[in-house]
Design a protein around this ligand. Structure first.
Ligand SMILES: Cc1cc2nc3c(=O)[nH]c(=O)nc-3n(C[C@H](O)[C@H](O)[C@H](O)COP(=O)(O)OP(=O)(O)OC[C@H]3O[C@@H](n4cnc5c(N)ncnc54)[C@H](O)[C@@H]3O)c2cc1C
Length: 468
């Protein structure tokens, strides 16, 4: 799909609400357009002759070309290529991935691995539809969840987890809401997955399916976080990049049977949820790498610009930041290298190493932010705005007094990059994204414990203690 065809395809009557208003065209609403243009980068990559080897694949039987994100991984090498593709997309997106094929294919690979029989055939047909149409796909897994200590059927309001309210000869009707759905306002299709393992009493909540975004009854309430005009001087990245998230409400949405992958089978919920997460956390750590590189590069550069690159405490901080960024990178690469191939011939990243990468990233993030900010100084929040910088009367004063070991302009631009990614609203977005997106820190710890085989360690400890 060309970038223009993609923009045009979003004018399809989808039901989007933003800041109290119904939005007719996401291309026309400035805050939402920034999210659309982030996704356009994906289609531009597909058309860039210099990226054909990286971004485009072809069907070995029909020769049809398709986006490389849709390549079903068959080997550790495919997983490593996927990592690099996601990293490249995020670099172009200024620390945010386009995320219109990354998360969708994470879900599709999971469905292709877990489902059986007729459900698997439906998932294969849907995969083909998305791949051949070059479609943008969002994933709604996280339910709104109500009281977190209660399971779905125990909630006071039965709609706090998405559920099937009616089964008909031609399909099902679902009601409920999913939270934090990324890229939904600018996707074509939405894959819906269960968020957790479920027991027999939760059968109505055991549901997985896919619907076009413009389906009747599907209402997206888009988050206003980090909205509003962001000028390029104070917000070098967030003036041009933004991911859109929605509260995704299913107001008695009809789903035809050929789009229903799971209905009333709680036994499969846990494995669908976890298999998706195996891919999705790998995607997560792959797209964090450009931001972590930016932390290292910005800290080193601003220290130079401040004239203190050789100070002992600065070198300590740089060593810590490098260790952090490269530990996440090494663990992510290792997750691919330790990948395995399942009975369907589909490769998946090593779950323990993937979760270790995500855990290392999330736990270290706020400390890394503090280190970068320490290297920079207080101008991060006391510096001049774009209008002052543009004023012929004020600018000479700023140029005289805000210079460091380099002219003020260079120093202020680097300062503003650091402010954008660590201190302003975009920095706040990154901070919460680091902790919660793709699963909270506790979820990663649970998966590390679950996937670690303690036998060798226990045997050694018992031997060393003289017990065996
Ligand atoms: C920017 C962003 C983008 C996202 N994009 C998507 C997306 O595209 N699709 C999607 O499906 N999801 C998405 N998510 C959702 C993300 O996966 C969740 O935020 C994450 O799983 C945490 O869920 P929650 O936000 O409901 O927080 P909660 O689950 O409410 O967690 C809050 C705290 O409560 C704790 N807690 C919760 N339940 C329990 C319990 N039973 N016992 C003990 N402690 C508990 C948690 O550990 C955490 O400390 C996104 C999130 C963010 C922030």
């Amino acid at each position: 799909m060309s970038p223009e065809a993609y923009r045009e395809s979003l004018r399809d009557g989808r039901s989007i609400f933003y800041r109290g208003r119904r939005i007719e065209d996401v291309n026309q609403e400035p805050d939402l357009k920034v999210g659309v243009e982030l996704a356009v980068l994906d289609y531009e990559m597909g058309e860039d002759p210099s990226l054909r080897d990286v971004a485009v694949d072809h069907d070995p039987v029909t020769g049809t070309e398709f986006s490389r994100y849709y390549r079903i991984p068959k080997s550790c090498e495919d997983l490593t290529d996927r990592l690099h593709l996601i990293e490249l997309g995020t670099e172009r997106g200024g620390t945010i991935p386009p995320l219109i094929k990354e998360i969708g294919t994470d879900a599709l690979f999971a469905l292709l691995r877990v489902l059986e029989g007729e459900a698997l055939e439906k998932a294969k047909a849907f995969y083909q539809h998305c791949r051949d149409g070059d479609l943008a796909v969002a994933v709604a897994q996280t339910d709104v969840k109500g009281d977190r200590s209660l399971s779905p059927h125990q909630q006071e309001d039965p709609d706090l987890y998405l559920r099937v309210v009616e089964q008909r000869p031609d399909g099902i009707v679902v009601r409920g809401a999913k939270a934090h759905t990324s890229a939904s306002p600018n996707a074509h299709e939405l894959i819906v997955l269960p968020t957790r393992a479920m027991g027999p009493d939760d059968a109505d909540y055991a549901v997985a399916f896919a619907v076009p975004i413009n389906t009747e009854g599907l209402n997206l309430y888009v988050s206003s976080f980090s909205g509003g005009e962001h000028n390029e001087f104070e917000h070098p990245l967030s003036s041009r990049t933004k991911m859109l998230e929605s509260l995704t409400v299913f107001d008695d949405v009809f789903v035809p049977w050929d789009r229903v992958f799971l209905c009333g089978e709680p036994r499969l919920c846990g494995s669908i949820a976890l298999t998706f997460v195996e891919y999705h956390r790998f995607t997560a750590v792959s797209y964090k790498l450009p931001l972590l590189d930016a932390f290292v590069g910005a800290a080193a550069t601003i220290a130079e610009m401040n004239g203190v690159p050789k100070a002992g405490h600065i070198r300590d901080k740089l060593a810590a930041l490098i260790t952090y960024a490269e530990s996440v990178r090494a663990l992510t690469e290792m997750a691919a290298l330790r990948g395995r191939v399942d009975a369907h011939g589909i490769a998946y990243p090593d779950p323990m190493t993937t979760n270790m990468a995500k855990f290392t990233f999330a736990k270290g993030f706020h400390e890394a932010v503090a280190q970068v900010q320490e290297c920079a100084g207080g101008l991060l929040v006391t510096g001049p705005g774009q209008e002052d910088w543009d004023s012929p009367e004020i600018r000479p004063v700023l140029e005289k007094y805000l210079r460091g070991a380099v002219p003020a302009e260079e120093r202020m631009r680097m300062m503003n990059l650091i402010a954008d990614i660590t201190a302003r609203d975009f920095g706040g977005y990154h901070a919460v994204l680091a902790i919660h997106a793709e699963g909270s820190v506790e979820a990663e710890k649970m998966q590390i414990l679950r996937s670690y085989d303690p036998q060798q360690a226990v045997t050694r400890a018992r031997q060393f203690a003289g017990l065996d």
